[in-house]
Ligand binder design. Structure first.
Ligand SMILES: Cc1cc2nc3c(=O)[nH]c(=O)nc-3n(C[C@H](O)[C@H](O)[C@H](O)COP(=O)(O)OP(=O)(O)OC[C@H]3O[C@@H](n4cnc5c(N)ncnc54)[C@H](O)[C@@H]3O)c2cc1C
Length: 382
């Protein structure tokens, strides 16, 4: 059995790790030219079933590296005003792990060098008469397998071909996502799990990515064959400009400058946090969510992660759900490899379960959107 995975994001790579552990032939195709080609480095909180699933897929020898190259995410969630005066507490959260997406992606590539091909932009697939599927790439090459998994993110071209009527809604709003090196001055802004700044007309969400150990050093000591990026601890912040209909600069600096103009008179620590952000690792933030889709009738093509159930980051569940998908699909395909199930039956079981918890997570994330967005903000599609 050969599995083709489209997309080397954290979901597709987690699947590839799990399949390799299960002794299944897997190939991953990524459109980007390299793992460094694009901004990837925001903080992702993982925990519960998502963390368990990630550990299930990752070889045990890499678990200590995962532990050392992540941080704690736990404690109170104060809501403060723009002068950092406490308004109320949103309730403590415990037991989470803060990961950096760029570091995690590198960890998830460990040992897969001969299975991942970069510079392969998927354009279409064809179901062949013998039940296999052929993927075609923009460079004119192709690959054939027994199962093709679209793990190609919220804009998934695999989903667009498989489910042309599936709807993904983009929520109006000028979002900005920033990352600022962690200094003593800024550490106090996030005393616990995270801080919500409820300023006039906009909200900012602050989170801390404080690595237990510098990831590159942790890897060098615990698994010398694994190379993790050299990256420092930081505060991650996200904000939306109050006027969704206002100017919409395409570049990050443009949105940041609009935000800074809006923050005149705010507490100097907050203004400096935005001013000192690291341009390379910050980006414009687009929030999308997928509308539920019914089961589509199993074939040799399926979907995983944001490709099927992209959701707003408000619930902190997108990556956790993608890891659940990866572990579940691995378990099902491992049963096929052992001769305990047919491929179509196993994939259908995966799809039905995944659609249920995946879209429940989308709904939960949408419910939590008001904490994330300014109170004046209306959720609308564009
Ligand atoms: C600001 C922010 C904060 C978040 N915080 C959290 C959090 O705290 N907890 C949490 O669980 N989730 C969080 N998420 C969600 C999480 O980042 C996503 O759910 C997760 O990255 C999805 O992984 P994926 O592999 O499905 O998709 P992606 O990470 O989008 O990966 C898709 C990959 O497919 C590739 N690709 C796309 N098109 C093609 C093509 N045509 N051919 C080949 N390759 C292609 C892309 O280049 C990419 O590498 C957050 C998201 C954001 C934006």
């Amino acid at each position: 059995m050969r599995v083709l995975v489209i997309g080397a994001g954290i979901g597709g790579l987690c699947l590839a790790q799990g399949l390799r552990r299960a002794g299944i032939d897997v190939r991953v195709y990524e459109r980007e030219e390299s793992a460094e080609a694009r901004y990837q480095g925001f903080r992702i909180g993982i925990g519960g079933l998502g963390l368990e699933a990630l550990r299930e897929c990752l070889p045990p020898r890499l678990h200590p590296v995962l532990e050392a190259s992540t941080g704690e995410i736990s404690g109170e969630r104060p809501m403060v005003d723009e002068q950092l005066r406490e308004i109320r507490q949103l309730g403590a959260m415990h037991g989470g792990t803060a990961t950096d997406r760029h570091v995690l992606r590198h960890l998830l590539m460990a040992g897969l060098a001969d299975r991942i091909e970069f510079g392969k932009r998927f354009v279409r697939y064809t179901e062949l008469e013998d039940g296999t599927v052929r993927a075609e790439f923009a460079d004119g090459t192709g690959a054939t397998g027994d199962l093709l998994v679209g793990a190609d993110g919220g804009n998934s071209p695999v989903r667009r071909q498989l489910l042309p009527d599936a709807e993904v809604v983009t929520i109006d709003g000028n979002g900005v996502l920033g990352r600022t090196p962690l200094t003593e001055r800024f550490a106090g802004l996030v005393p616990g799990f995270g801080t919500v700044v409820n300023g006039p007309g906009t909200r900012m969400l602050l989170g801390k990515m404080e690595f237990r150990r510098p990831p590159h050093l942790a890897a060098a000591e615990l698994a010398p064959d694994v190379e993790l990026p050299e990256t420092g601890s930081y505060l991650r912040w996200a904000a939306f400009l109050p006027d969704p209909a206002g100017p919409r600069p395409a570049d990050w600096e443009g949105v940041r400058d609009l935000l800074l103009a809006h923050m005149a008179g705010w507490h100097p620590d907050l203004v400096e946090l935005v001013r000192q952000s690291d341009v390379v690792n910050s980006s414009v933030l687009t929030v999308r969510y997928a509308k539920p889709v019914p089961h589509w009738g199993t074939g040799p093509v399926t979907l995983l992660g944001d490709a099927v159930h992209v959701m707003p980051p408000s619930g902190g569940m997108g990556a956790n759900t993608a890891f659940r998908d990866a572990a579940l699909l691995c378990r099902e395909l491992a049963a096929v490899r052992r001769g305990e199930a047919g491929l179509r039956t196993a994939v259908e079981r995966y799809e039905r379960e995944m659609l249920e918890y995946g879209f429940a997570a989308v709904a939960q994330s949408l419910e939590q959107l008001p904490t994330f967005a300014p109170s004046s903000w209306t959720v609308g599609a564009r």
